[in-house]
Design a protein around this ligand. Structure first.
Ligand code: HEC
Length: 242
C-alpha cells in the first residue's frame, strides 16, 4: 500500500522546465507577491517614469485595491498628473510635443514587462544599460537598445556609466560599462530600487497575476487531495471485483 501511494505521488512530481533566459539579460527576480516592494515600485514609477510613459490599462483605483492603499494615499502620493481616482494613468505631456522633444513618443508601459523577450529582465537590464554618449541628442545611449531616444532618468541614483570599447570585430560597440561617477545609491541599493520598479511593472502587465499565483496553490492542493481520494475509492471498488 505504502509503495503504491509513493508511486502515486512520484508520478505527480512537477517537472520544472527552465526557459532559457535571453542573451545577456540580467535577472530581475521579479515577483508580484511582495506588496511592500510593489508599493515602493509604484512610487518610483510615478516620480521617475509617469512624466513620459502612460499606463493606459491601469487605473489609480485598481492600484489602491491591489496594493492595499487608501484612495487618499494614492491620490496624494501617486497621482502626479491630476487624473481622477477612477481614471487610467495618462501622461500630462502632449504626444506631439514628445515626438518633437525625443524624436519619438514614449510608449505606453502597461504591457512592457510581458511584451519584450525576457520580459521583466529586459526592462531591468535596459534601465541598467545607459551610458554617456556625446554623439546622441540627449547625451545618453543604451547597450540593450542602441540609440534609444530615452534619457537616463535614473542617473542621479545610479551614477554615470562610461563605455569601455571592445577591440577587433567588436570595436565601435561598448564591450562593457563602468561607473565613472558615483550616484546617490551604491550599486546594490540601486539594483534593489530597480527591482521594486520592475516588480511594479510586472504587476501592471497582469494585475490578476497576484491572485492567480495565490489561488493556484490551493487549486493544485485541492486537485491532488481529490485525485488521491478518487484513487482510494477506485481501489476499494476493484477489491470487490477481484
Ligand atoms: C523624459 C521622458 C522619459 C522618461 C521620464 C522615461 N522615459 Fe522611457 N522612454 C522614453 C522614450 C522617448 C522612449 C523611446 C525610446 C526609443 O525607442 O528610442 C522610451 C523607451 C522606454 C522603454 C523601451 C520601450 C520599448 O518598447 O522599446 C522602456 C522599457 C522605458 N522607456 C522605461 C522607462 C521607465 C521604467 C522609466 C522610469 C524610470 C522611464 N522609461 C522614464 C522617454 C522617457
Amino acid at each position: 500500500m505504502i509503495k503504491r501511494i509513493a508511486a502515486f505521488f512520484l508520478a505527480f512530481v512537477p517537472v520544472v522546465v527552465f526557459a532559457a533566459s535571453g542573451g545577456a539579460l540580467q535577472s530581475s527576480a521579479a515577483t508580484v507577491n511582495n506588496k511592500a516592494s510593489l508599493q515602493r515600485g509604484a512610487a518610483m514609477y510615478m516620480s521617475y517614469c509617469a512624466g513620459c510613459h502612460s499606463l493606459g490599462f491601469q487605473r489609480y483605483s485598481r492600484i489602491a485595491q491591489d496594493l492595499e492603499l487608501s484612495e487618499e494615499q494614492v491620490m496624494s502620493h501617486l497621482n502626479l498628473t491630476g487624473g481622477k481616482f477612477a481614471d487610467q494613468i495618462k501622461i500630462a505631456m502632449d504626444p506631439a510635443d514628445a515626438q518633437q522633444w525625443f524624436g519619438k513618443t514614449p510608449p505606453d508601459l502597461s504591457l512592457i514587462a510581458r511584451s519584450k523577450p525576457g520580459g521583466p529582465d529586459w526592462v531591468y537590464t535596459f534601465l541598467k544599460s545607459f551610458y554617456v554618449d556625446e554623439t546622441r541628442p540627449a547625451g545618453w545611449n543604451n547597450t540593450l537598445l542602441p540609440n534609444a531616444s530615452m534619457p537616463n532618468v535614473l542617473w542621479e541614483l545610479q551614477g554615470i556609466q562610461r563605455p569601455i570599447y571592445g577591440e577587433g570585430e567588436h570595436a565601435g560597440a561598448p564591450a562593457k560599462l563602468e561607473l565613472a561617477v558615483e550616484g546617490k545609491l551604491d550599486p546594490k541599493q540601486f539594483d534593489a530600487k530597480l527591482r521594486d520598479l520592475v516588480n511594479f511593472l510586472t504587476y501592471v502587465g497582469e494585475p490578476a497575476g497576484m491572485q492567480r499565483t495565490s489561488v493556484g496553490v490551493w487549486v493544485i492542493l485541492f486537485l491532488a487531495a481529490f485525485t488521491f481520494l478518487a484513487w482510494l475509492l477506485k481501489h476499494e471498488y476493484w477489491r470487490d471485483v477481484h
